[in-house]
Design a binder for this molecule. Structure first.
Ligand SMILES: [Zn+2]
Length: 70
């Protein structure tokens, strides 16, 4: 099968779609909406527990993911 005109792209990092997540603080139970690809750390507003840790790609979620939005 010929694939003329179809550019071949190497996918280096399969990037999952970015989403908003409803994350619950494991310490005090406060819920916050965070971005799944956050490039900055997110802390709980009430107790300062780190909830999201940026990794350069998909952020690491340290809190409890309650719901995936969108
Ligand atoms: Zn908290």
């Amino acid at each position: 099968m010929a694939t003329f005109g179809v550019p071949r792209r190497k996918i280096l990092v399969p990037e999952p779609r970015s989403r908003f997540l409803l994350v619950r603080c494991p310490n005090c139970g406060n819920r916050m909406v965070v971005f799944s690809h956050a490039t900055f750390p997110v802390r709980c507003l009430f107790c300062n527990t780190p909830l999201v840790k940026p990794t350069g790609g998909k952020a690491k979620i340290l809190g409890i993911i309650e719901k995936v939005l969108g």
